[in-house]
Structures are given as structure tokens and as C-alpha cells.
Write a protein that binds this ligand. Sequence first.
Ligand SMILES: [Zn+2]
Length: 243
Amino acid sequence: MAVMESTDWTLTCGKDPSTQVLVFLDFQSLAILPPTHELRVLPCEVAAIAYSLREGIIKKFHSFIDPGPIPLGFRYLCKSTSEFTHQLPLDGPPEGIGDPGLVANDLLDFIRKSTRKPYVVFCAECEKQKVDYCLQWLSEKTVFPCIASLSLQPLLVKYYTQAGAPSPTLYSATQLLSLSTWDFHSKSRCNFHSDIDVKHCALGTVNRLAYCLSNCLAPIHNITLTSSHIPPIPEASVEQCVL
Ligand SMILES: [Zn+2]
């Protein structure tokens, strides 16, 4: 697939952008391995949501993944990465881990039913390289069509422009998508990460993208926020981000 920017993608949609269904995707990896290693990631958790500005979060996909054997010499890196981030045991959480081929098929099915060709998923700019490596890893487990991952920041800017509102810079867009308000909200994460109260959860990451997007865009698109957009929280605790 030719390189495509998220703003190009919205131009091809040809419909009200607020009704366009977007898929947000994120992974947790046991570690990010050095460039010299043929394996760059060891995916252990994946989550995706289908979202539209009009409807909020429409449906969710979440699974733990069997990352396979840890390459020789990298067990300590995996253990320390886990301790400082997602805290998933190296042999998987008690809930069990999914066969990579089955998870890849289920994820693909979710993406196919949520969006249309060309298959595009969105993630935060800072997660894009990891998401790309994980998609490449999954594509080797099943027959996987080309799925492009795009940064959400340019799309956020585009949504401002389409509403006739002053556009944030890409830096401001990153801030708008990084509010910590919902990092530890009880409904944002999977059961495992909610129970141990850790924010490094793939499901938590994609949910927070949806909450942040809804928080800044709903007012300028005249959309009434519902519990599908943002989980109910005391109004006073919502962070305000000044552009
Ligand atoms: Zn989780």
C-alpha cells in the first residue's frame, strides 16, 4: 500500500466525518527488542475499538496473546519491561493467553466488520512504531491483508478544520490526546489491569484515545456526550487543555 496520511484517508471517505467509523488499535509487548534482532516485539495483549464521533465507542475487541518463546538472552529485559509497565506475567495472566493465529483471525474479523477497504487503524503517534511491528508479527501468523496504521494526531486537526474551528498544532493535538484524566478509570481497562490498577493496558490505551477525542471534538461538532463517548466522572476532575 502506498504511504497514506490520515487526512488523505478522511478525504476518501466522502461522508460526514462525524459518522465515519474509526478503528483504534494498541498492543502491549513483553519488550521492544533491539533493531539488530529479527524479532522487534513479543506481543502479549491487543485491543481495538470501533468508534465514531457521533456514536462514541461502538464495539470492543480485547485479547491476551501468546508471544511465543522469549529469545535467548532477553528474559531479563522482558521481566523488567513487565515490572515497569503492563505487569503481565511472562507466562501469561491467569485469564489465559490466546493462540496468535486465532487472535490474528479474530482481530482481522473485527477490523473487517468495523471498517472498509483500505483497512486502516489509528493509534497515537508515540505508539505507531510498536503497532506496526505488532501488526507485522501478527501477519506472519495468518493470511493477513495489508493494514495501514495511521497517527491519530493529523486526523484530530482535520476534525477541527472540518468544523470550522481554529486548528490545533500537531503538538497541541498530542496534548489533547494525552490527557491523564481517565488513566485509572475503573471502566477504561481490562479486568486484569483494572484489578492491579495499572494504566499500561492495550484496552485502556484505545479507550482513552476515544475519550480524549470525544472530550475535545464533541462540543465543536455539536454532539451531545453520552456514556459511550466518555465514562461518567465528576465534572470537576476533567482536565482542561488550553491550545
Ligand atoms: Zn489490559
